[in-house]
Design a protein around this ligand. Structure first.
Ligand SMILES: *[C@@H]1O[C@H](CO)[C@@H](O)[C@H](O)[C@H]1NC(C)=O
Ligand SMILES: *[C@@H]1O[C@H](CO)[C@@H](O)[C@H](O)[C@H]1NC(C)=O
Length: 476
């Protein structure tokens, strides 16, 4: 692929007056279409708005019909968010009341669920699903959620106080020592077979009923993938998550970045985003780690990532002037390579590529992840606000970004790509994150449990992440 700018001449004449007038007339209408009630409010600025507000970026070069399509897509997105959030509104309102009652109670407050982690081995792509799963369970089990992730408490803010440390103190003031042996919260069991048994077969509300406190400890996966199959909770899922996007609407409620960090994200976006922004998450490290894992020699090429990203641009008819490729990679060479292929002025990134790794006080940076937690959060949030994403398969950093943004990303697949059974990309059918333990879990489950897991129409998507990438390829 050559320099893209040479391939597709744009229409650079200014918009005819009539288009401008029409646009001005339509603005108030569009603005009201974007407005989504309640928790979705902050999603309104998710994409670069196709409106007068973008004039500081200069005139668009894309064709008028392309701009019309972009506006239609923004409306579609707003409607999609409305569809996901509306069923949850009353439940979340009721939750806020319950939570405030837990926090302000004059007597021993209502039952709680605490999400915790004491491991240095997980990045934000694993911690965020854990927090969101915790919210899901707290909603389902009528409990108050508290969180003890240093990362979450440092970077996220909420009108509700989710801090477990604060709550443990409150409990103590009510004479309840949560670490005393008789009060230690009941841990949601571990190990694939028991995980599956509890999340897919038990009435979890009844199962944990006898316990005042429940602890979700080190559950660093998207366990909602199992809950969807649970007959006891079918009504709950059907009622509140009819589209089966579970992560996206709950994340919109609970993942609110502190203004101090969010300002940097907004500033970057304002300066660098254009009409259409394609995230590119390229992981080159984390291969050859263990025998079941990805092999470095089977990594998709940088060219193939660029081909897919460029193809997405072309399918939307976007002029080179109006597209930006937001790159988050873990090796410096990747930045140079992508800029060479897609054009240096169209590739954008934070921190001059990779922020220097630093150990932030009180915050753990996980094994072999580049940059700082802050730079990782910034990249993930920006990816979540892109219009599309081309990501490295099995990377929770990528699929959690897409889940947060509420859209289905393209996964770049490892392999030799010699057969049509092994294409180098696939696109997910929903925004839901992967359940990365799925393949190992399914190997250990009996036929009844495997069938139960497969009864979920989205099960295939939930399994396409870790493990086994190389085995089938080699046996072909
Ligand atoms: C709470 O219980 C733990 C474990 O028994 C004990 O070590 C700790 O001192 C107790 N805290 C208070 C404030 O009583
Ligand atoms: C699950 O358990 C709760 C609490 O015991 C109960 O209220 C609910 O009806 C049960 N749900 C089903 C589907 O059995």
């Amino acid at each position: 692929m050559g320099q893209p700018s040479a391939e597709k001449p744009g229409i650079s004449r200014p918009w005819p007056k009539i288009t401008l007038t029409l646009l001005l007339l339509l603005l108030p209408l569009l603005a009201s279409a974007y407005r989504v009630r309640g928790v979705s409010a902050e999603k309104d600025d998710a994409g670069q708005e196709v409106s007068g507000k973008s004039h500081h970026h200069g005139p668009f070069h894309s064709h008028g019909s392309v701009l019309q399509k972009m506006r239609a897509m923004q409306r579609l997105k707003a409607v999609e968010w409305e569809m996901r959030l509306e069923p949850l509104e009353d439940l979340l309102e009721a939750y806020k009341e319950r939570h405030n009652a837990c926090v302000n109670s004059k007597t021993l407050p209502g039952k709680y669920l605490v999400v915790r982690f004491e491991d240095k081995d997980a990045g934000i792509g694993n911690q965020l699903p854990s927090v969101v799963s915790g919210l899901l369970l707290a909603l389902m089990m009528d409990r108050c959620l508290f969180v003890e992730f240093p990362f979450f408490n440092k970077f996220f803010d909420h009108e509700l106080d989710f801090s477990w440390k604060h709550h443990a103190k409150r409990l103590l003031a009510h004479g309840h020592n949560a670490t005393a042996p008789e009060n230690v919260p009941d841990r949601i069991p571990f190990g694939y077979v028991t995980i599956a048994d509890v999340w897919m077969f038990k009435n979890m509300t009844a199962y944990f009923e006898p316990h005042y406190g429940v602890e979700m400890w080190k559950d660093l996966d998207w366990s909602a993938a199992l809950l969807v199959n649970n007959p006891h909770h079918k009504d709950f899922i059907d009622t509140y998550f009819p589209t089966r996007d579970i992560f996206a609407p709950l994340a919109a409620f609970i993942l609110k970045i502190k203004p101090k960090y969010d300002k940097k994200i907004k500033d970057f976006k304002h300066k660098n985003f254009r009409l259409f922004n394609i995230g590119m998450q390229i992981r080159r490290r984390k291969c050859n780690g263990d025998e079941n894992e990805l092999l470095c020699e089977l990594r998709p090429t940088i060219e193939s990532y660029c081909t897919v990203a460029r193809h997405i641009q072309l399918t939307h008819g976007i002029h080179d002037n109006d597209v930006r490729f937001f790159l988050a990679a873990d090796e410096p060479e990747t930045y140079t390579q992508v800029m060479n292929i897609l054009g240096a002025d169209r590739v954008i990134y934070t921190d001059n590529g990779i922020a220097p790794t630093s150990s932030e006080k009180g915050v753990i940076n996980s094994a072999d992840n580049p940059g700082t937690l802050e730079s990782a959060l910034q990249d993930m949030a920006l990816m979540s606000q892109c219009n599309d994403l081309v990501m490295t398969v099995a990377s929770s950093f990528g699929y959690v970004a897409a889940a947060w943004g509420g859209y289905a990303p393209v996964h770049m697949v490892y392999g030799r790509h010699k057969y049509s059974q092994n294409p180098y990309f696939w696109r997910a059918v929903s925004s839901e994150p992967c359940y990365w333990q799925a393949k190992n879990m399914m190997r250990e489950l009996d036929a009844r449990a495997v069938n139960q897991f497969r009864s979920n129409p989205v099960w295939m998507q939930y399994t396409q992440c870790h493990n086994d990438w190389n085995l089938e390829e080699e046996s072909t």
